[in-house]
Structures are given as C-alpha cells and as structure tokens.
Design a protein around this ligand. Sequence first.
Ligand code: HEM
Length: 127
Amino acid sequence: EKPILPYEQIGAEKLSQLIDAFYARVGKHPKLKPIFPDDLSETARKQKQFMTQYLGGPNLYSAEHGHPMLKARHSPFPITPERAQAWLECMSDAMDEVGLEGKFREVFYQRLVMTAHHMVNRPDEEE
Ligand code: HEM
C-alpha cells in the first residue's frame, strides 16, 4: 500500500489558495511587510513550488532553484522570534480562511512551527 502524501491530501488547488491567502496577510502585517518585496507574486510562486515538495509532491522548487537551503536563503533578512510568530499567525489565519482542519492541519502547522523557529537568525529588536 502506498501512503497518501500530504501533498495529495491537500491538493494543488487548495495549496495554491492557502499560499495566496497567506501572502495577502504578510503584505499587510506591520512586522513582516517591511522585510518583504512590495510585489509578492514571485515570492508566492516560489513558495507554491517549495510547499509542493515540502509536502511530498514533485520537486518543483529544486528543479528551478536548486537545493532550498532555507536557512541560508533567509540569512539576508532579519528574522526575529517576533517575526517568526507573526509569520505563523499569518499562516494559521490563512489556514482558517481556506478551511484546513483536523489532523492534517495540525501536523502541517506543527511542522511549520519547527521550520519557522529554525529560520530565526536575530534576537528581537528593541522597540
Ligand atoms: C523567502 C521571510 C519562514 C520559505 C522569504 C523572503 C523573506 C522571508 C523576507 C524573501 C522574499 C522574496 O524576496 O521574494 C520569512 C520570515 C519567516 C519565514 C520572516 C519567519 C520565520 C519561512 C518558512 C518557510 C519559508 C517557515 C518554509 C516552510 C520560504 C521560501 C522562500 C522564502 C521557499 C523563497 C526563497 C527563494 O527566494 O527562492 N522568506 N520566512 N519561509 N521563504 Fe521565508
């Protein structure tokens, strides 16, 4: 028996909706907006490729951009614990918006929590 991949569970359509809902929030978030480009369409395109392979689907991201090396690719951006939390809040709200529920959502979200914490590369800034 072949296990059902998380990518198959969510499906390309819903994954795409999730990422669009996510970046719509990132683009408005006071703590995230300043470190992202104004036009998030290319960022969203790459994130769709990345999430596809992160969830066990085809390696679309690596085929176009090479090894993800996520921590290294994030090193130019100041990722504080506060920003990691903001990123995760945008994702959780996006999951609500597209109606991701149950065990699938729980496992996917917990994986993102770990990856987000791994991206932190600066202490919180003084207000
Ligand atoms: C790119 C911020 C977490 C995956 C980026 C970019 C920023 C950013 C500023 C560059 C956008 C651009 O120039 O197009 C953050 C912050 C995070 C975070 C503040 C908070 C912890 C994550 C996580 C993942 C992820 C958890 C994956 C699960 C990516 C990918 C790209 C990206 C795939 C595109 C890389 C490329 O340019 O090829 N992120 N990120 N990020 N991020 Fe994050």
